[in-house]
Design a protein around this ligand. Sequence first.
Ligand code: ZN
Length: 445
Amino acid sequence: MGIADDGQGQRMYELVRELFPFCRSITGDGVRRTLESVGRHIPLEIKEVASGTPVLDWTVPNEWNIRDAWIKNRAGERVVDFRRSNLHVVSYSIPVHRWVPIDELREHLFSLPDRPELIPYRTSYYKESWGFCIPHSLLESLTDAEYEVCVDSTLETGYLTYGEYVVPGDTELEVLISSHVCHPSLCNDNLSGISAAVFLAQWLQSLPARRYTYRFLFIPVTIGSITWLAMNRDRVGRVRHGLVLTCVGDGAPFTYKKSRRGDVEIDRVVQHVLRHSEAAFRVQEFFPYGYDERQFCSPGFNLAVGCLMRSTHGTFPEYHTSADDLSFVRPEHLFESLARLVDVIEVLEGNRVYVNLKPEGEPQLGRRGLYDAIGGDSHAANRQLAMLWMLNMSDGKHTLLEIAEMAKVPFEEMRAIAELLEQHALIARADSLDEPNARLAMVRS
Ligand code: ZN
């Protein structure tokens, strides 16, 4: 079980590299090009929602596109050039082309005085304005009396674009995997999540069968999830588990942010997987900030959706700066994130409920050779105890994960024990009695 890196980490990184140059925002051609690239890896369905469409308490905004932008000095030299970095332009800047006195220009310039060589990332989606983001060292070198400023952009009626891909399963119960597609050339906070989702979808495709249906969303943050929720109200009740993926390409330990409900199956599964991965990790309680879990976990939906990260937004020095580049994410970190996601899905898929077929007294294990079957190594006593846990708690009420947690063994080990006991006709799957899943799963009330 689990996966080994057969070059996937490198392929995940190549996808990040391919997507890096596109000037994404919450709408526009940068998102479309990104989804086109993703669509070459998985059969993505592209959705376009018209500007002005009411979505929950919001409205789909006008579409923003940009061709070029620059600031020229008196000598006609581009001192700031969008072609060198798309971070230079405040996202959603309205068009402008005129000479601007330096004092006025400074009001439109954003920099990081404490990190003078980095370009910050700024947006102005819902307030019409224009601006440039530049290294502080460059800002301090601007001494001409005026500069020629050009933002060759359009902000017009158009569409919000997002991508959706469904991997069908045996049931209509869904696992929702969401990543955002709205940041320009930023790797960890954006492209790492897209890449992890794409390769997770490919892995799911390769399985012979799936218990759950998996729905992948590639959406602009906030307005994208609000739009999706508005358009899929009738479908939302099918979502049993979900994860938002972001910042999964750097080398920090994993961070899991729990769903708003805090103790649903996905919360338990991710923590179980991280606890048994033998690496440090952090768990955060839900808070109403961050990424699209804010919308999925709004009280009217309250979906069982958590958020898997490594570094967390706002806390790493590269966050929302030009330092979140291709050198900040690494193939091995991307792969490790994929591997943990695969572990999580394997637990979700295998987290069944069993009944003991010999529940009156303990069945005689020695007579069946079951002590021998698991004996011999240093963990034998623990595994025998795990088998007793499995037999005792297989009452049609406890999931395999709950029993593994009671016995303090990895899910995988308990699943192997369950298979062995099943072969000896001591337990049987109680799918019709799958109550704990129903109890844990999201039911929209
Ligand atoms: Zn961000």
